[in-house]
Design a binder for this molecule. Sequence first.
Ligand code: PMP
Length: 303
Amino acid sequence: MLIKAVSELIGHTPLIDLHINVPRHSHIYAKLEMFNPGGSIKDRLGQYLIQDAINQHQITKDTTIIEPTAGNTGIGVALAAQSYQLPTILVVPEKFSCEKQILMKALGATLINTPSDQGIRGAIEKAEQLASEIPNSFVPMQFQNPANPATYYHTLAPELLNDIDHPIDAFVAGAGSGGTFAGIAKYLTEQNPHTKTVVVEPEGSILNGGPAHSHRTEGIGVEFIPPFFKEVPIDEILTISDADAFKQVKEMAASQGLFIGSSSGAALAASLRIAESLPDNSHIVTIFPDSSERYMSEHIYES
Ligand code: PMP
């Protein structure tokens, strides 16, 4: 395959039919989003957000892009901004993995850290403050921008239906901004109203009404209800402990030769759990957003 630009590598990732022991002889398929060039599902978002802003004349060739991010969106935005030579400032809470922060800088972005205890809200506020101070700046704001779920509605969701020739009984995905879940759940349920939609969060995320606290599973977990969730059916919310997520991370490497991040581990744990409540031979689709390689500094295989 001959390509002319790295951006051509975004999307059209493989879907694996996992040959693992699933309750009730069901099947779990996982979309391997670590095969995007920046290493995560968020390369799709970066490309879509920048392209959408260009189409809507919200940015010119001198615009500074500013975005609050847990990391992967920052890498995706920095990749897209680089191809248009747009200066980029990413605002990241300190706690997120140093590998992701190193990659954002390597792509040419300027990084600003906010205190971990202020969570993603602290990063959002800082990004808004910078935008008010820097002339000709633009904040895509993944947490509110309808282009976020639209990215997945238009790209990843149709890819899933192309790759599976069986009706999808359940769709399982984690939520950070909620864009991945909302965009795909909307598309799949429009195509097949019988598809059950299951959103996954770590303990310490607020969807289940429990107390908010920190967690080790990175990339998912919400501090406020994503606005995108108003428009999509959510059949079930599953809360997965860090221990269960990390157990699946180790299991995937040891049994399948697959290096997955902790949010993928949580998605797999939730898929296995939902299989128990579905009929025999169900077909469950989930998303593996990134790889374990960007969490080595967090000892992902050692705990
Ligand atoms: N997993 C990882 C590793 C992520 O970086 C993200 C994005 N923060 C997600 C899952 C969740 O995606 P979304 O923001 O679309 O809910």
